[in-house]
Design a protein around this ligand. Structure first.
Ligand SMILES: Cc1cc2nc3c(=O)[nH]c(=O)nc-3n(C[C@H](O)[C@H](O)[C@H](O)COP(=O)(O)O)c2cc1C
Length: 175
């Protein structure tokens, strides 16, 4: 292939080439009892035996981070393409000042073992306990271990992937 077909990618945008996994909604509960959810695109599997472990990158300023630190558990739900607008809304404000579930009348299911709310219509979800939290540089890495997981039979086809800003995509057929 001609080298000229490749455009240089800025080092700030190079991560968009790595964003392989589906977007998550990290669902948590605050000390005061407010249920919250925040879209998180930067997530990655860590291990699968004997149970799935994974990490997500979280700005320590987010209410989600404070909740995860206090609660030591969370739910990672997988929004579908149809929920893109709600993803953008829930990622535009903080759970510290907004009751996001009531603000946008989000119907929900209760977690089976973790005290957090899962928005209805998601492709699936993982209920997790916090394994470790790392604080490299100005970010936080939260590592979770799955306690329970549920998914639609064709969940992988329905998940929503994030590139950057308002640019999303839906995976095509498995090849
Ligand atoms: C599509 C999308 C992806 C996002 N990915 C991340 C992410 O990977 N890590 C992060 O810390 N924030 C991410 N955010 C930002 C948070 O979701 C956003 O700041 C949210 O309002 C935080 O809410 P909270 O304060 O209730 O936790 C993302 C937002 C959007 C819309």
């Amino acid at each position: 292939m001609e080298e000229s077909v490749y455009n240089p990618i800025s080092l700030e945008k190079a991560y968009t080439l790595l964003n392989g996994g589906g977007l998550l909604w990290i669902c948590t509960k605050s000390k005061e009892g407010r249920y919250d959810l925040a879209p998180i695109a930067w997530a990655c599997p860590l291990d699968y035996e004997p149970v799935t472990k994974f990490l997500f990158v979280c700005d320590p300023g987010h209410a989600t981070f404070e909740n995860v630190v206090n609660q030591r558990e969370f739910i990672a739900a997988l929004p579908t393409y149809k929920q893109k607008d709600l993803v953008l809304k829930t990622g535009s404000v903080s759970g510290r000042s907004y009751e996001k579930f009531s603000q946008w009348r989000i119907s929900y299911m209760k977690g089976t073992v973790v005290d957090a709310w899962v928005p209805k219509g998601v492709a699936g979800w993982l209920e997790c306990k916090v394994l470790e939290i790392y604080r490299p540089s100005s970010v936080a890495i939260v590592c979770g271990e799955t306690l329970a997981a549920f998914a639609l039979p064709n969940a992988w086809k329905q998940v929503l992937h994030h590139v950057e800003g308002e640019h999303f995509y839906q995976p095509g057929d498995r090849v």
